[in-house]
Design a protein around this ligand. Sequence first.
Ligand code: NAP
Length: 473
Amino acid sequence: MIFSDLYINGKWVEGAGRHPVYDPSNGSVITEIAIAGEKEVDAAMNAAAAAFLTFAQIPSRQRGEMLRRAFEIMIAEADDLARLISRENGKVFADAKGEVLYAAEFFRWFSEEAVRIEGDFRTSPSGDKRIIVTNQPIGVSLLITPWNFPAAMATRKIGPAIAAGCTVIVKPAIETPLTTLAIADILHRAGVPAGVVNVITPTPAGPAVTRLLEDPRLKNLSFTGSTQVGKILLKQAADRVIRTSMELGGNAPFIVLDDADIDEAVSGAMIAKLRNGGAACTAANRFYVSKKVVAQFTEKLTAAMKEIKMASGLTEGAQLGACVSVKERNKIADLVTASIAQGADVKLGGKTPAGDGAFYPPTVLTVAADNEILKEEIFGPVAVIVTVESDEQAIALANDTEYGLISYIYSADLGRALKVAEAMESGMVAINRGVISDPAAPFGGYKQSGLGREGGFDGVHEFLEKKYIGAAF
Ligand code: NAP
């Protein structure tokens, strides 16, 4: 069943109009979702504010059990949800299924964290006072998510919010709202009370989000999306000094040192580059490969990329699906064209296929270190390789970006890899692995890749306020 209305105060409600959701692999309309107008935005805020009064008081064990039930339902229905993700996002079924399993793990992880929210009791250094620190739910939170992981980016925020005792208004990306609406139904069946989770789909997003940010009852903004939109929201949040958590864009370097096992590096590169069709904030964007091994690495990576089967997401055996829209596909194509004009050597792909679907083929480019494509988040199946002379040059080039989400390093020498890892200006570093996202680990970026951490022990703290109670007796 496809849910296409707004989910407000535990009920499905119609909005101020309808908006089509497309299947990007063929351009067909999957369904039309309700558009949230001012009335529905206000209704969502009223519901979340009213529900907070009681939800924050519910024992954490009960909140954890709701999340645990949601995890179990999501796992039991993983294939259905994966098919929905594949249809609205374009990614292949295998990637969509992987996303559902990853997304469900946030519910499980935070079901366990709900009962472990710590406090502190200490004697002051002077000896005559007591320092009591308690963590309290921050209140109504606005959760804004992108289209590239419509399930995981929602559960990575909803899970800790429920664990902390907060109520939320979720605003998914307009290209992929159906997955979030389906997750609202799962939470409903898991026994999450009315008003705790509300999902609205306004379009355009700006006015509705501004309306919510201006409402004094909103206490927290958790955003995942582009750095460009993140900056707009940070400025708006500043007006009311709203707490923010920002998971923004990336431009991940993938460093292959001269002692790396090249077959291992190529398999890691295939995952880091092609998981989710390259539309991941963690996607390897710039390959810095030692001069000694660059020819071998390029040849093997090109051969592996050539074998990838590109087809619509639900086709048996498909490994690379459509981009989320023709607009996104054209952005990738334009970056590649500009890079070629600047001297990139095309080893594979680089040409937009004909037809209705938003497809872009696996592409390998070798470029000079000053090629402009290295400055952009490509968000597609395009591997860009640069030759480096030394570890020091790899580090300097890798850090030469305003982004700092994740870096990848391949080396046979763990000590050498750790030295490079410590020099990376990024919130996460993968050593000899093509993917390290883990609900039990802190996810987040340095520099313009974000503020705060999701997942791990930190995630729930994005939804908590620390209160210090000083007592003398
Ligand atoms: P986006 O354009 O920034 O959109 C993200 C969300 O913000 C969508 O829900 C969008 O709504 C909303 N939005 C857009 N303009 C807005 C405005 N003026 N005011 C309020 N909300 C607004 O990003 P995207 O293209 O969906 O996602 C791709 C980006 O997300 C990439 O840069 C990627 O790196 C980043 N990302 C980061 C992480 C991380 O954890 N660091 C994870 C995944 C993705 P509409 O869809 O309705 O416009």
